[in-house]
Design a protein around this ligand. Structure first.
Ligand code: GLN
Length: 540
């Protein structure tokens, strides 16, 4: 939902939606993620959410795990209205304990923690209500994954046991009259066999959600939403980088409101070889987007002169970007007002994705204030722009599917991330035109070889960095004293942790030999074999 703007047609009003109430487990977002994979639309909110303040009606509620113990004074608890809301509930781990606590305070500290695999034994019960066996229906005993120290010490009244493990006699429980289920194991992690099927049973068979969350459905509905939000005359501005998120967001705006969306590409002089030009061609000729390219190379490089400290470089690049973007926005806005394009620019497009939203709303503790997501950074205050975030509900892979649906090329949709500071943080130390040339050429060769070897999609991010040191070499029988390139390539699913990519020797040999031969000023090539942590993906 766009900040502060209710249009009545957000996905949670248009699709059958499940609500995950988050108690702060590191796996909470996976519940949402897994359900989306099942084409079930699902949103996560902090466990403190009051249902009376919710602008939409969930069709089922999932209570996540969390690091607290329900019997502690400071433990978080859900709005008791959850249990009177009239929709099915699934409690996972802490969520199970929360349910047991609500129905009779039947939770204590266990004698031993249970962490890792456990054998789940299923109990078929003669329930009075038809729902009682539905959660684990059709399963055999199976391996599940556990992570808890507390346990139920007795069955809350009106509940029956549907599963046990040697260590947890109440590993699965069900309310005998209401469709309320609790499980001690985590169905959202891959280590739990049939975990996805447990979530599917809950969503489809118990909550009766129609699994119609697809990008094809989303795009039609989102175009209508954007049109309604912006109106017939409203205009929108947004920065693009050539990356997948900003390109998909821009294409969506173009489809919805045509040239009333103004894309701005700030060429900060720190882009890769021929990048500004290729982004221009793709966005304008390829996707028909109304684009303004601002060449601010001089300005950025002047501001960066003599600066080598990484944080200072990042701050300068960020600050310059905001200034240039603001100036451009004001200029475009001045030109856009008045006939034939009535209506001034009053919206700013942002490519916020759902993981950013989750990060900002996930439950961080009873005393922590929940910060709202804001990456608006230096909006032109006098323009008074409202934020539009069409990707706000989507995970990255959903954005990629959407991009493909919108006719964006495979290569762009799968492009590796390229952070805003660009080559500015891949040239370690001071940034000069000479250093930029070396970094660009080396990076170009590395990526070209990765593409030629068919490895681009196996790697999550790859680049060449230029180190601020010189090494000795011998070239053409002559002693040289020149610079060093470090290659970096990592595999990761979430960019939180990452592993270096195991290229074979022949590949590295080829890249190294091309770089020292073709890039003047380089006499050595290294390969970075540091995982994250302790390394970061970028070098500065
Ligand atoms: N803190 C609770 C326990 O240790 C719940 C743990 C969890 O939700 N993973 O039992």
């Amino acid at each position: 939902m766009a900040q502060g703007v209710e249009t009545g047609n957000e996905p949670n009003k248009l699709f059958d939606t499940l609500l995950v109430l988050d108690f702060g487990s590191q796996y909470s977002h996976l519940i949402t993620r897994k359900l989306r994979d099942l084409n079930v639309y699902c949103e996560m909110l902090p466990c403190t959410q009051r249902l009376s303040e919710l602008a939409w009606k969930p069709q089922g509620i999932i209570l996540s795990g969390g690091p607290y113990s329900v019997y502690e004074d400071a433990a978080p608890h859900v709005d008791p209205a959850v249990f009177e809301f009239g929709v099915p509930i699934l409690g996972i781990c802490y969520g199970l304990q929360e349910m047991a606590w609500h129905y009779g305070k039947a939770v204590i500290a266990g004698e031993k923690r249970e962490y890792g695999h456990a054998n789940l034994h299923l109990e078929k019960i003669d329930g009075k209500a038809p729902h009682v066996n539905k959660l684990l229906e059709g399963f055999d005993d199976m391996q599940v994954w556990m992570s808890h120290g507390d346990k139920l010490d007795k069955l809350p009244s009106s509940f029956a046991t549907i599963a046990t493990t040697p260590n947890a006699p109440f590993a699965g429980i069900v309310h005998e009259e209401k469709p309320f289920f609790g499980i001690q194991f985590h169905p959202e992690v891959t280590h739990t066999q049939m975990g996805k099927k447990v979530l599917e049973n809950f969503a489809l068979n118990i909550c009766k959600v129609r699994p119609n969350w697809t990008m094809a459905e989303f795009v039609d509905k989102e175009l209508i939403r954007i049109k309604a939000l912006v109106g017939d005359e409203g205009q929108v501005i947004g920065a693009v980088s050539g990356g997948v998120d900003s390109t998909v967001a821009a294409k969506l705006m173009k489809e919805a409101i045509g040239d009333r969306f103004h894309a701005v590409l700030v060429d900060n002089g720190l882009l890769r070889l021929n990048e500004a030009e290729s982004v221009r061609t793709t966005l304008t000729q390829g996707l028909g987007i109304n684009l303004t390219v601002v060449d601010a190379t001089e300005r950025f490089l002047t501001a960066l002169k003599g600066v080598s400290e990484p944080e200072s470089k990042r701050k300068i690049i960020g600050g310059q970007f905001i200034e240039v973007f603001q100036e451009t926005a004001l200029k475009i806005s001045a030109e856009a007002v008045g006939p034939p394009k009535a209506g001034k620019i009053d919206w700013l497009l942002q490519g916020t994705l759902y993981p950013d939203v989750i990060e900002s709303i996930s439950f961080k503790g009873p005393s922590a204030t929940i910060k709202t997501h804001h990456n608006v950074g230096g909006l032109p205050a006098n323009m008074n722009l409202k934020i539009i975030e069409p990707l706000r509900e989507l995970f990255k892979d959903e954005v990629r599917i959407l991009g493909t649906k919108l006719g964006i090329s495979e290569s762009l949709v799968w492009r590796h991330p390229f952070p805003g500071p660009g080559l500015g943080i891949r040239i370690l130390g001071e940034i000069t035109p000479q250093q930029l040339r070396i970094a660009r050429q080396a990076d170009h060769i590395f990526i070209q070889e990765i593409n030629d070897a068919g490895l681009y999609r196996n790697i999550s991010q790859a680049f060449a960095a230029l180190l601020p040191v010189k090494a000795v070499g011998v070239m053409g029988d002559k002693r040289v004293h020149e610079q060093v390139i470090a290659l970096r390539a990592v595999e990761t699913t979430d960019f939180m942790t990452a592993d270096w990519y195991p290229f074979d020797g022949a590949f590295l040999k080829r890249v190294s030999s091309r770089i020292v031969n073709e890039v003047e000023g380089v006499c050595r090539v290294l390969y970075d074999v540091t995982s994250k942590p302790p390394g970061t993906i970028e070098m500065e």
